[in-house]
Every structure is written in structure tokens, then in C-alpha cells.
Write a protein that binds this ligand. Structure first.
Ligand SMILES: NC(=O)c1ccc[n+]([C@@H]2O[C@H](COP(=O)([O-])OP(=O)(O)OC[C@H]3O[C@@H](n4cnc5c(N)ncnc54)[C@H](O)[C@@H]3O)[C@@H](O)[C@H]2O)c1
Ligand SMILES: CC(C)[C@H](C(=O)O)[C@@H](O)C(=O)O
Ligand SMILES: [Mg+2]
Length: 364
């Protein structure tokens, strides 16, 4: 029996995780694998019930699980409260408590959505890369952090990395590159930051163990430009925590919407946390408008990386592609298709599940 802990969180989090759990339950019916789902609170929802964004109960449950599926945290309701307790601390806390140092964020230009990308066909066709974002170090976790000077006129955030922290995530990126097109782009700010200079050293050292992988270094500002002007050049990108956060939201434009970007947060064993790249989208929460595909695609990554169910993962990905090819999509996307049809969160989930079921019947 495998255990998947579900952390719906806030805003559209509960809507998109409910969709992904329905997809997972449906695919499990056709597999030999027994899975139980256990739901726990995180973020603003946990603050409301427990007074903390990451209750011990949630940490304990995650630590005894095979995988975690998370929606999103945060929202205006909690912004107004004391700045000392923030929903986002729950997210950073669970990543740190679970030791999930490598965050994979795949970027694919779906054929059906090319018109949805403001970048359009010339640049976007054949784009398929993965951002490997370091997730438990850097500016988010360095101490002292956000310490305010006594006169409230000074603040400091610390960008700290140990060599080991850099090595383990860069190693993951090389391993991923070996399974893909064997091209690694390391992104840093080595013209300014000491942490980036060590990052480069580590990449160059590890490159000697992966002679088949072509390595190049790009500065983050120019990389941000090249992601837009020539995204087809990338295969695997590896970068530190904050650069990875910013570049991945930028890259989501290529896919057509933030609602299309899944992610997997991994460590050295098989346990992982899977979540869409987007946030709690308070502007559309509770209206049935949320695009659940990023979370459904994150569930596919969960099957692939944590449960060794690669075939089932591919079934989900194929169904998503087919539904889009038929012209169905949520309102955040545009499709140039004669039967173009905007559907809601539940309807697109139903379409994915029905397509998966039809495909299983055909192949049986
Ligand atoms: N992993 C997380 O939990 C996570 C990630 C990012 C932001 N956040 C939090 O979410 C809150 C809102 O942040 P924000 O507004 O800057 O970013 P956001 O990602 O929530 O929303 C940005 C825009 O994208 C749209 N959008 C996002 N996901 C969508 C989806 N699945 N379908 C359709 N449209 C979608 C939203 O409607 C909004 O217009 C903040 O509190 C932030 O800290 C959480
Ligand atoms: C909500 C925030 C703390 C989080 C991050 O910066 O890691 C989010 O933007 C993400 O990309 O997962
Ligand atoms: Mg982000």
C-alpha cells in the first residue's frame, strides 16, 4: 500500500488538487497498485485551524508518505494579518522538512496551445526543456534573513550555499540531461555573486564526470532574455532557488499559461512533493475557472518519480494532450481550433478521465 498525502492549501489549491486526485483514483482502478490518500492542512487553511501554516501533524503525515500532492498556499486574507505568520512559510517549511532540494519544472509547448503563447509559432514550436531549481537553500533560507535593523531603516536577506548543497542539485541536473538531449545550461550571476562563482566551479568539476553532456553557463539576466527569444536552445537548465522561481514563471508564458506548468520536488530517494508552479490565484478562486492541468500533470510526475508507474504517467500526459488537441481548454488558454470550447475545472477533468478510460479500452 502506498500513501499519498494531499495538501490542498488555499485559493484554487483545493479545486486543482481535487481534480488531480480524481485522475489518480481513476488510473489506480486499472493498476495493481493500492494507494491511500490522506488529506492535511497547510498554509492559510492551517493558520485558520491551528494558528500555524505548518502543523506538526502535517509534517508527520508527509514524513510517513511515499509522495505528497500540494495545491497552493496564500491569499489576501492572510496578507492583512501579522507579517510574522504567513501561509508561504508552510510551503517553504515542508520543502525544508522533507529535504526536497531539487525542483524540476518541465516546460513543454503543447502543439494545441501554440496560439495561446504570446510568443507564437516561430519561437515556440518544439520547445521542451526542464528547469532544475535548487529548492532548500539560497536567499529563501539564509540566516540572518529579513532581519530589520533596530531603527527599521535596514533589512538583510542572506544568499548562502554550501558546496554540498550545490553539488547535489547540479548532479541531479546532469543525471536528467543524460536521459534527455544531453545539454545543460547553468544559470548564475557569476559576474557579481560569490555564490554564483562557487556554483560555476561545481558545475565545471562535475562536468568532467559527464563528458557526453554539453555544458554552458549563462548569466541570469541574459538567460531571461534568451528564454523568450530562443527557448528552443534549452534542454536542462539548472539554477539557484530564487533565479529558478522567477525564470519558471517567465517560462510558463511559453506553455500558454501558468496553469500548464507542473513540478516535482525531489531528494535522493523516491519520496517527492508534487505541485503546480502557480499560486493560489485568489482572483479566480471558487469560480470553477482554475486550470487543473498543471496539477494533473504534477500527479503524472508523482506516478513516474515516486511510484515507478511510468506507463500510467504517460497515459495521463497523453490524455491531456488529446483533450487540448480536440479544442477543449479552460479560460486562461486560447486555442485556434474549429471546435474551440471553453470548459470549467470539473469539465476538463472529466474530459481527461474519459479520454484515459477510452484509451485503456482501445489498448486492452
Ligand atoms: N506553490 C504555491 O503555493 C504558490 C506559488 C506561487 C504563489 N503563491 C501564492 O499565491 C498567492 C497569489 O499569488 P499571485 O497572484 O502572484 O500568483 P498566482 O500564480 O496565484 O496567479 C497569477 C495569475 O495567474 C492566474 N493563474 C494561476 N494559476 C492558474 C490556474 N491554474 N488556472 C488559471 N489561471 C491561473 C491567476 O488567476 C493570476 O491571474 C500569493 O499569496 C503567493 O504567495 C503560492
Ligand atoms: C509561494 C512562494 C514561496 C513559492 C516560491 O517562491 O518558492 C512559489 O512562488 C513557487 O514558485 O513555488
Ligand atoms: Mg514561484
Amino acid at each position: 500500500m502506498k500513501t499519498i498525502t494531499v495538501l490542498p492549501g488555499d485559493g484554487i489549491g483545493p479545486e486543482v488538487t481535487a481534480s488531480a486526485v480524481r485522475v489518480l483514483r481513476s488510473i489506480m482502478k486499472h493498476s495493481q497498485q493500492d494507494v491511500q490518500f490522506v488529506e492535511k492542512k497547510i498554509g492559510g487553511a492551517a493558520i485558520d485551524t491551528y494558528g500555524t501554516p505548518l502543523p506538526q501533524e502535517t509534517i508527520d503525515q508527509c514524513q510517513s508518505s511515499d509522495a505528497i500532492l500540494l495545491g497552493a498556499v496564500g491569499g489576501p486574507k492572510w496578507n492583512a494579518q501579522s507579517m510574522n505568520i504567513r501561509p508561504e512559510q508552510g510551503l517553504l517549511g515542508i520543502r525544508k522538512a522533507m529535504g526536497l532540494f531539487a525542483n524540476l519544472r518541465p516546460v513543454e509547448a503543447y502543439q494545441a496551445l501554440i496560439d495561446s503563447s504570446p510568443l507564437k509559432r516561430t519561437f515556440v514550436e518544439n520547445v521542451d526543456f526542464v528547469i532544475v531549481r535548487e529548492l532548500t537553500g539560497g536567499l529563501y533560507f539564509g540566516t540572518p534573513s529579513e532581519r530589520r535593523g533596530a531603527n527599521n531603516e535596514q533589512v538583510v536577506d542572506t544568499l548562502a550555499y554550501s558546496r554540498t548543497e550545490i553539488q547535489r542539485v547540479v548532479e541531479k541536473a546532469f543525471q536528467l540531461a543524460m536521459k534527455r538531449r544531453k545539454k545543460l545550461t547553468s544559470i548564475d550571476k557569476a559576474n557579481v555573486l560569490e555564490s554564483s562563482r562557487m556554483w560555476r566551479e561545481v558545475v565545471n568539476q562535475l562536468a568532467k564526470h559527464y563528458p557526453e553532456v554539453t555544458v554552458n553557463h549563462q548569466l541570469v539576466d541574459s538567460a531571461a532574455m534568451q528564454l523568450i527569444t530562443n527557448p528552443g536552445q534549452f534542454d536542462v537548465l539548472v539554477t539557484e532557488n530564487m533565479f529558478g522561481d522567477i525564470l519558471s514563471d517567465e517560462a510558463s508564458v511559453i506553455t500558454g499559461s501558468l496553469g500548464m506548468m507542473p513540478s516535482a520536488s525531489l531528494r535522493s530517494d523516491k519520496v517527492g512533493l508534487y505541485e503546480p508552479v502557480h499560486g493560489s490565484a485568489p482572483d479566480i478562486a471558487g469560480q470553477g475557472k482554475a486550470n487543473p492541468l498543471a496539477t494533473i500533470l504534477s500527479a503524472a510526475l508523482l506516478l513516474r518519480y515516486s511510484l515507478d508507474m511510468d506507463q500510467e504517467a504517460s497515459k495521463i500526459e497523453t490524455a491531456v494532450r488529446e483533450v487540448l488537441n480536440q479544442g477543449y481548454h479552460t479560460g486562461d488558454l486560447q486555442i485556434d481550433h474549429q471546435d474551440d470550447k471553453i470548459v470549467n475545472t470539473t469539465e476538463i477533468t472529466d474530459l481527461v478521465i474519459n479520454t484515459m478510460n477510452q484509451n485503456s479500452t482501445v489498448t486492452q
